[in-house]
Design a protein around this ligand. Structure first.
Ligand SMILES: [Zn+2]
Length: 261
C-alpha cells in the first residue's frame, strides 16, 4: 500500500464516523492499536504526495501476516489510513484497488480430482482461516479460477478481446464521470449512503432478488451495499441507465464463495 505523505497532516484530525450500518472495525485489538490506526516509530510529515489511485496485488494472500492483512480493512473501507503516534493521529489518502489471489489450500490440489489433496479438508481449513471474514467481506468480487488444462490452450480466443473490453471499461468510466460531475465521489466505488441508494436503485424485480438473496446468503449491511455498487458498475458496462435484475444477479454471483474456517 502506498500512503501520501505530501499533505500537511493535522495531528488532531480523526477518521470520519463509518456509514450507518457498517460495523466499526474491531481489528485494532489484534495489534494493540486502540483506534483502528497503524502504529510506528515516527511522524512522517514530508515527501511526495500520491493522490492518485493505485493497484495493489497480493499473490498468495494467506502467506501475509494476519496483522498486516487486518490493517487493510480500514483503508479498504474508508480510502484512508491512519498512522498513530504517542500524541498524534495522522491520516493519509489510501484509496487503492486490491487484487488478491490464493490457492484453495496450502498444497493447491483441494479441487484437483487427479492430484487430490491428501490432507483435505484440514489443509483448506487451516489455510483459508488466515483470511478473516470481515476482510473477505470487503472484497467485492470473489472468483474461483480453475486450473488451465492443455486442451484449454487449443481453444479459439474469446470473441471479445482485451481492446474491446478496454473500450467498454472506458465508456463505463465516462458514464461515471458524468454521473458524479461536481460531486465529491468520482466513481461508483466511492459512492455510499444516500448517494449510493440513489444512483444504484434497482428496478422492482432487481430489488426483490437482492432482498431475498441478502436474506438467504446472510449478507452483511456492507455486503448489501457492495452488491449494489458492483451491480451499478455492471449496468454501466452494459450501457444500461437502470440497474436491472440480471445486473443484481451477476453481482450476487461474485459473493457466492465462502471460506472454510
Ligand atoms: Zn491441500
Amino acid at each position: 500500500m502506498r500512503l501520501s505523505v505530501g499533505d500537511k497532516p493535522n495531528p488532531h484530525e480523526r477518521l470520519p464516523a463509518p456509514h450507518p450500518g457498517h460495523k466499526q472495525d474491531q481489528h485494532q485489538d489484534s495489534h494493540d492499536a486502540k483506534d483502528g490506526s497503524l502504529h510506528g516509530p515516527i511522524i512522517p510529515q514530508s515527501g511526495k504526495s500520491q493522490k492518485g489511485r493505485s493497484l495493489e496485488r497480493c499473490y498468495l494472500i494467506p502467506e501475509f501476516q494476519r496483522v498486516v492483512l487486518e490493517s487493510l480493512r480500514q483503508p479498504i473501507e474508508t480510502g484512508e489510513a491512519v498512522v498513530a503516534r504517542a500524541n498524534a493521529h495522522v491520516r493519509y489518502p489510501a484509496r487503492f484497488q486490491l487484487v488478491a489471489a490464493m490457492n484453495p489450500c496450502r498444497c493447491g490440489y483441494l479441487s484437483d480430482a487427479a492430484q487430490a489433496c491428501s490432507r483435505a479438508p484440514k489443509c483448506a481449513g487451516e489455510y483459508q482461516s488466515r483470511i478473516s471474514g470481515p476482510l473477505f467481506d470487503r472484497i467485492d468480487l470473489h472468483v474461483e479460477v480453475p486450473g488451465v488444462l492443455a486442451t484449454d490452450l487449443a481453444l479459439p480466443p474469446p470473441a471479445e478481446g482485451s481492446a474491446e473490453v478496454a473500450a467498454r471499461v472506458a465508456r463505463a468510466r465516462d458514464i461515471q464521470r458524468e454521473r458524479f460531475d461536481g460531486m465529491p465521489a468520482r466513481t461508483n466505488a466511492e459512492a455510499e449512503g444516500e448517494l449510493l441508494d440513489r444512483i444504484a436503485k434497482p428496478e422492482a424485480a432487481g430489488l426483490k432478488l437482492l432482498t431475498e438473496a441478502a436474506e438467504r446468503m446472510r449478507l452483511s449491511a456492507r455486503g448489501y451495499s457492495r452488491v449494489l455498487r458492483v451491480a451499478r458498475t455492471i449496468a454501466d458496462l452494459a450501457g444500461s441507465t437502470q440497474v436491472q435484475r440480471p445486473h443484481i444477479a451477476e453481482a450476487l454471483s461474485y459473493r457466492r464463495l465462502s471460506l472454510q474456517n
